[in-house]
Each structure stands twice: as C-alpha cells, then as structure tokens.
Design a protein around this ligand. Structure first.
Ligand code: NAD
Ligand code: MG
Length: 496
C-alpha cells in the first residue's frame, strides 16, 4: 500500500476523519507487508485498507509489552486510574467521530446504536479507573506466629481478541479492566471492523500511557490471532467470538498454560409465561433479537410462549417489530436496524432463513420485503411453531431471526430451555416472583434476565457456562480476572 499511516476519509454524514490504518506497537504507528480492505456493509464500498500484523509484528508487540510491564506493574493504582479517566475524557470528546466510524465500518445505526456503544465504553473506562487503586487481597487467619496475606497482582502481558458485533465496546471490556489491574496488553480487532479501535489507539497515545503498555493491531485470526493465543510471552488470553474459535484458542493457549477467559456463542431462551405482561415481553423480545440486527451473543433467538398466550404474543410481536424497527441507512436518524456486518454473515443468515422454511417453521414475519438495493440488509424474520429438532432452534444464527415455540408446563419449558450446548443467558417473563426465582435457579446459564433482556450493567458480572464460555467480564470479577493471587507467609517467630 503506497498510502501513509493516516488517511483522510470522508464520513457518510458529511465530515472527514483522519483515520489511522497502521499498527500501534510500542507507542509507534508502523506498517507491515500485508493489508486488508474494510468495507461499509450499507453500501458494499471499500472504505480503506489497513495494515495487518503478521507473526513478526505480534512478536514486536509482545516484546514491547514485556518490556513495558517491568515498570508499569510498579505504577501506583491511582496513576493508572487517572490515565484511564483521561482516556475516557478523550473518547468523550471524540464521541461523534468514533460513533460515525463504527457506524460506517460495522453497519450499526449511528445515533440509535453506535453512539450507545461508545458511551458504554466511556462509562466502563471510568468504572475501571475507580477500581485501579482498590484492588487488594486479604489477611488470612493463621495464628499469632505468622502473618499470612494475599495480594492481587497483575497477570502480566495479556492478549485480547475481539469480534465485530461490538467492535469498540468489546475492546473496552478488555482494555479497561486489564489496564486498571496493571497489565500490559496486545489487542486485535476483528478483520471486518478494524477502524474504531485504530482511532481509539490515537487517543491512548495522546493521553500518555507509557509506550508498550497498550498495543493495538489489526490482523487475521488464523495468523495474528493464533500467534497471540499460542505465544509463550503472553500470560493471559481474553477472547470474545464464536464457540468454535474459542475452543481453538483454549487449545493454543495450553502451550504455556495461559489463563483463559472466553465469551463465546449463545442461543438464549426467552420464556413467556401466561401471567406475563405481554406488552413488556414483546418489547424486550424485540430488543433482544432485532437490535444490532440480531448480532448479539446474548440474543434471545429462541422464544417459548405458554399456549394460552401464544397467538396473542405472536401477533403483538409481529406488529411491534414492523412498527418500531425501521431498517435503513446507519446514518439516517430514524434507522433502528442497519445491515448485518458483511457478506459472509449476510449469506449465513439467509441460509438459515431458508433452512427454517424448509424445516417447516411457520413464517409470521418474513424477509420478503428485503430491498434488493446495495447493502447487506435483512428484514427481521419471525418463525413460529418451531420444535427442538429444528436447526434454527439449535444453531446460533447471529442475525435478526427468531424461532418461537409453544409450551404447556414449567417443567417442559425448562427442559427445552436447557436443551442446548450453550449457556450464556436466559430471559423469563412472569409476574409471579416465586416462579421467577425458582426458574432462574433451574436455568443452566451464566445470566438470567427476569422481565427484561439485553440490559446488562457494567457493575454486574457477564459470562456464560457450558459452551458459551469461561469466566466473567465486568463488575468486580471482571477486574479479578486480570489479576493473580500471591500469598505471602511472614514468619514472626524464631521457632522452626
Ligand atoms: P470468530 O470467532 O471467527 O472471530 C472472532 C475473533 O477471533 C476475530 O478477531 C478473529 O480474527 C479471531 N480469530 C479467528 N480465528 C482465530 C484463530 N484461529 N485464532 C485466534 N483468533 C482467531 O467469529 P466470526 O467469524 O467473526 O463470527 C462467526 C460466528 O461467531 C458468528 O456468526 C457468531 O455466531 C459468532 N460470534 C459470536 C460473538 C459473541 O459475542 N459471542 C461475536 C461475534 C461472532
Ligand atoms: Mg467493515
């Protein structure tokens, strides 16, 4: 690529942006041998090309991070917190540009979606900044002849690999707690959405983190990603993405017994009991499968409705989605649903829609009104009369496609809800608190939302069980996961 490390790019809403396209390693922007085009999924036009890290560049980043860790681990927590606060302020100043870049590169509607992602990232930077000088272990009661205590120390150099569905937001979930706890990082964006994280790297550079503490790269999963996962110079790996790659990463990370945190796929069941507030259930069900074009790991892609309210729910659900989820350009203020992220995902979702039809599911709301103009737009699809044997009930589709089934009893729906390899989240709608409490205990998931969906909080741990992942992000556990415990035995006596 003959172009430089920064490019002046036009934004679809009229402005221009000075977009970095290089690799941010050891406080420097560098080029590499390989480049990759990134595309705007709303127009199918190439936005620009970014430099890709090969194994050599990953090695450089690891060397820089290892070197930086020698001093960074000794930097006082309050100073780390203050740098994170400055980073949050810088991101806030650039919120409009960051939202526009995210919208252009991923297809998220700028105002109704991308902006919220950036706001969430800023809030998390501030939350973790507050933690930075409040991370400590405990005193362990052992008797008066010694003092035993544990300390929570940074793990060291952390590799972080993020997906394309929440490009900057998922990066924030990894960057903020890792730095608060005193680690150095190498973070790799997804191939389809490298731009927002590169822009964010400029802000990291500006606020004055010591060089080598934060390294931000674009790269292919099978080249840079797998080199990060297996690298002997990296102590921990944190990954969000598919279950298949999560499993590969766990294997690669075993080479030096890295600590592994995985946030993988899901097929979250959404249960509507007959005593539920149906209007509320309908609204949350739509948020949980249509928002972000259904590209949400906790997306409620399976809905189970008790027979008495089944048809009523379906009718209201259809009407609500048609009325409130306008499909369109990510830069149109009234748009709620943009395109899916790329051609691969577009073909994959359309394939599943066909599978659902061929398997005999009833189409309550179809994709027929799909405008055949440019862009990877998919209208929400509601399938009804589904059963457990159907592919659309088993597989994570990761698009605005939902499979609705009928149930009769609580035991039956629990069995169906738990009949999945995944265990990320579950949603339960009922006005009976006793039942809600009982059902939430029985659901084999890392998270349960009662009378809501998709409303996680940065203060509360987020993570899955079964094949949805290992460990938690966010909240206090999200900080702890970037520390290791060191136990100190201080002998106070002269007895052996
Ligand atoms: P993916 O798992 O292939 O990619 C996620 C990240 O992992 C990317 O940064 C990618 O470069 C990297 N990666 C890929 N192969 C790697 C390897 N061998 N070693 C190390 N890193 C590697 O996900 P995808 O292709 O972007 O999406 C495929 C499916 O994954 C989706 O359809 C969806 O079902 C699921 N997904 C889930 C989430 C989630 O949040 N749980 C997010 C995105 C995608
Ligand atoms: Mg893109």
């Amino acid at each position: 690529m003959s172009e430089g490390l920064f490019q002046k790019l036009p934004l679809p809403d009229g402005g221009t942006v000075r977009q970095p396209v290089g690799l941010y390693i050891d406080g420097q922007w560098i080029k590499s041998r390989e480049v990759l085009e990134t595309v705007d999924p709303a127009t199918e036009e190439v936005i620009t090309k970014v430099y890709l890290a090969g194994t050599e560049e990953v090695d450089l980043a690891v060397k820089a991070a290892r070197n930086a860790f020698k001093n960074w681990r000794k930097v006082h927590g309050s100073e780390r917190g203050s740098l994170l606060m400055k980073l949050a302020d810088a991101a806030e100043k650039h919120i409009d540009t960051l939202s526009a870049i995210e919208a252009m590169d991923s297809g998220k509607p700028k105002d109704s979606n991308a902006r919220g992602d950036v706001e969430g990232t800023i809030a998390l930077l501030r939350y973790c900044a507050g933690w930075a000088d409040k991370i400590y272990g405990s005193v362990i009661p052992t008797g008066s002849e010694k003092l035993a205590y544990s300390k929570r120390l940074p793990i060291g150099v952390c590799g972080q690999i993020v997906p394309w569905n929440y490009p900057l937001n998922m990066a924030g979930w990894k960057i903020a707690p890792a730095l608060a706890a005193g680690n150095c990082i190498i973070i790799k964006s997804a191939e389809t959405t490298p731009l927002s994280l590169l822009y964010f790297a400029q802000l990291v550079d500006k606020v004055g983190f010591p060089k080598g503490v934060v390294n931000i790269i674009s790269g292919l999963g099978k080249v840079a990603g797998s080199h990060i996962a297996s690298h002997p110079g990296i102590d921990k790996i944190a990954f969000t993405g598919s279950t298949e790659i999560g499993s590969t990463i766990q294997k690669l990370a075993s080479s030096n017994l890295k600590t592994v945190t995985l946030e993988c796929g899901g097929k979250s069941p959404f249960i509507v009991f007959e005593d539920a507030d149906i209007e509320q259930a309908v609204k949350w069900a739509a948020v949980g499968i249509v928002f972000n074009s259904g590209q949400i790991c906790t997306g409620n892609s399976r809905i189970y409705v008790q027979e008495k309210v089944y048809e009523k729910f379906l009718e209201k659900f259809k009407d609500h989605v048609l009325a409130d989820y306008k499909l369109g350009s990510p830069f149109d203020e009234s748009t709620v649903v943009g395109p899916v992220v790329n051609k691969v995902q577009y073909d994959r979702v359309l394939h599943y829609i066909n599978v659902g039809k061929n398997e005999g599911a009833r189409v309550v709301l179809g994709n027929e009104q799909n405008p055949s103009k440019k862009g990877y737009f998919i209208h929400p699809v509601i399938f009804a009369d589904c059963h457990q044997g159907m592919t659309i009930v088993k597989d994570e589709i990761f698009g605005p496609v939902v499979a609705v089934s009928k149930f009769t009893t609580e035991d039956e729906v629990l069995e169906k809800a738990n009949d999945s390899i995944y265990g990320l989240a579950a949603m339960c709608f009922t006005q009976n608190l006793e039942r809600a409490h009982r059902v939430s205990d029985e659901l084999e998931t890392g998270m349960v939302f009662i009378n809501s969906a998709e409303n996680s909080d940065i203060q509360a741990p987020f993570g899955g069980v079964k094949m949805s992942g290992i460990g938690s992000e966010l909240g206090a556990p999200g900080i702890e996961t970037y520390t290791h415990l060191k136990t100190v035995h201080l002998n106070l006596s002269n007895k052996l």
